[in-house]
Write a protein of this length. Structure first.
Length: 425
C-alpha cells in the first residue's frame, strides 16, 4: 500500500498526528518535499514532539523513516531536531533514519538571503518563515547547490563550495550590501553539522525499490497544503516546493511508483500562517476566541495563525488538487464552545457568487466570504471514540462538510492525543 498524507488547505491541518496514528500499519514513512519551514506536532504516551524535518514515523521504532531527494535539509537544524528527539527518549540510528544522497543542503547563506529579501520588501513581504526555503529551491533549479551525497566527497567539496560562494556573494555583498559569506566558516559548518550524518546517507531509491518488491507499505508525508503549492497554490504566497500528492513518488525517489490512496487532512475550521489572501478570515474577539480554543500558533515559528470558519470553496479545491481518496477531519473538538458554527459556503466577487477557487491573486483579494451558520454541539467531544458517541449536531456538521467538499470523511480527530479519533467507516 502506497499512501500519501497531504494537506488540503494552507498547511497546519494536522498531518503529523495522522502520520503518527496511521504509521502503525506501515513499514516506511517518507518526507518528500519542503524543509524545516513547517512543524508537525505529535502527542503520544511519550510526550509532545514538534518535528520540522523529521518524518513523523520516527516516533515508532519499528518504522523506517526517509528524507527523500525532494526535500531541502538545514544540517544545523536537523542536528538540533535529532538531539531534541533523543532527549525525549526517541532512538535515532542509521537504519531507522535514511537520508537521500540526492537531497539538497540548505546552506547558512540561504536563511540569510531569506531575511535580507524580506527586509528589503518591507510592507510587501511574503510572510516567509525566513528559514531559507525559497532561496535554496531557487538555487537548486539554478543547479548551484550542494547535495547530501557531496558530503561523502570531502576532497572536492571545498573547491565546489568556493565556486558557489563566488557566485552567491554577488547577491549577498553587491546586491544586498551585506558582508560576504566566508569560505572557511562555511566549510567548518559543513564539517560540524554534516559529517555526523554520513552514516545515514544512502541511495534511498534503491532502498525503496527493494522495499516495494518485498511488499512493504509506504506513507508519503507532505508538508504544508495544496493552497501553498508552487504551481496550484495562492501564488506568489506559496511555498517553493510541490505540496501535492502527485509529487510524492517523485520527491521520494521512486517516480515509477503509483499511489494507492491519498488521504487529505482538513481542519474543521480554517487557519493560515503568513501573508496573502485568506477570504474566510475572522477578526477581533471572534478570531481571538477561535485561535485560543484551537491553540493556533505556528509549530515552526510560534506566530499566531490567522483563523476563520470552514471554507468550502478552498477545501473543495484543495481536495481536488490532492486527488483525495478520503478526508481526515481534524480539531472538531475545538468548535465545541460555539453556539453557531460559521461556514464560508461561497465567495462574492464583483457582485456575483462564485463557487470555484480563483487562480488570480487580484480576484482572491477582492473576494468576500458568503457565510452560513450551522448549529453548535454544546458539549465536550474529547472522550468520543465511536460514531455513536457523537452528538447529532456534530455528526450533521461532519456530513455537511463531506457533501460540500465531495469526498468521504474517514477519520475525525477530537483531541491531540494519538487515540483521540473516530473512524467513520
Amino acid at each position: 500500500m502506497l499512501t500519501a498524507i497531504v494537506g488540503t488547505n494552507w498547511g497546519d491541518e494536522g498531518k503529523g498526528r495522522m502520520v503518527d496514528l496511521l504509521s502503525a500499519d506501515y513499514d516506511v514513512v517518507v518526507r518528500y518535499q519542503g524543509g524545516n519551514n513547517a512543524g508537525h506536532t505529535v502527542v503520544n504516551e511519550r510526550g509532545k514532539f514538534i518535528m520540522n524535518l523529521m518524518p513523523s514515523g520516527i516516533l515508532r521504532p519499528e518504522t523506517v523513516n526517509i528524507l527523500g531527494p525532494g526535500i531541502v535539509i538545514d544540517l544545523k537544524h536537523l542536528a538540533g531536531e535529532v538531539q531534541k528527539l533523543r532527549d525525549g527518549g526517541i532512538e535515532i540510528e542509521p537504519g531507522h533514519l535514511l537520508i537521500s544522497d540526492r537531497a539538497t543542503i540548505c546552506m547558512p547563506y540561504h536563511p540569510l538571503l531569506d531575511v535580507l529579501e524580506e527586509e528589503r520588501l518591507g510592507d510587501k513581504k511574503f510572510g516567509s518563515t525566513r528559514r531559507g526555503i525559497s532561496p535554496v529551491y531557487a538555487d537548486k533549479y539554478m543547479k548551484k547547490t550542494l547535495r547530501m551525497g557531496d558530503l561523502k566527497h570531502w576532497d572536492t567539496l571545498r573547491s565546489r563550495l568556493a565556486d558557489l560562494l563566488e557566485w552567491k556573494n554577488l547577491f549577498v555583498e553587491k546586491g544586498y550590501g551585506h558582508e560576504p559569506v566566508d569560505l572557511d566558516e562555511t566549510m567548518d559548518w559543513l564539517e560540524k553539522y554534516g559529517k555526523p550524518f554520513l552514516p545515514y546517507i544512502c541511495d534511498t531509491t534503491v532502498y525503496l525499490n527493494n522495499a516495494l518488491k518485498a511488499g512493504k507499505s509506504v506513507i508519503f508525508e507532505a508538508q504544508l497544503g495544496a493552497l501553498r503549492d508552487i504551481d496550484y497554490g495562492i501564488y506568489p504566497y506559496t511555498s517553493a516546493s510541490t505540496t501535492l500528492a502527485a509529487y510524492a513518488p517523485i520527491g521520494s525517489g521512486i517516480p515509477f511508483a503509483k499511489l494507492d490512496e491519498s488521504i487529505g487532512i482538513m481542519k474543521a475550521y480554517s487557519s493560515c500562517v503568513g501573508e496573502g489572501p485568506f477570504t474566510c478570515e475572522m477578526f477581533g474577539p471572534e478570531a481571538n476566541a477561535l485561535r485560543e480554543a484551537g491553540g493556533e500558533y505556528g509549530a515552526a515559528t510560534g506566530r499566531p495563525r490567522r483563523v476563520g470558519g470552514f471554507d468550502v470553496v478552498a477545501s473543495r479545491y484543495g481536495a481536488l488538487m490532492q486527488g483525495c481518496t478520503y478526508i481526515a477531519l481534524t480539531k472538531l473538538d475545538v468548535l465545541s464552545y460555539m453556539e453557531k458554527i460559521p461556514v464560508c459556503v461561497a465567495y462574492e466577487l464583483n457582485g456575483q457568487r462564485i463557487d470555484d477557487f480563483p487562480a488570480s491573486i487580484d480576484e482572491l483579494n477582492a473576494a468576500k466570504p458568503v457565510y452560513e451558520y450551522l448549529p453548535g454541539f454544546h458539549c465536550d467531544l474529547s472522550a468520543c471514540r465511536k460514531v455513536e458517541d457523537l452528538p447529532k449536531a456534530a455528526l450533521d456538521y461532519i456530513r455537511y462538510i463531506e457533501k460540500a467538499v465531495g469526498c468521504p470523511i474517514k477519520y475525525v480527530s477530537v483531541g491531540a492525543e494519538r487515540d483521540a479519533y473516530i473512524k467513520m467507516f
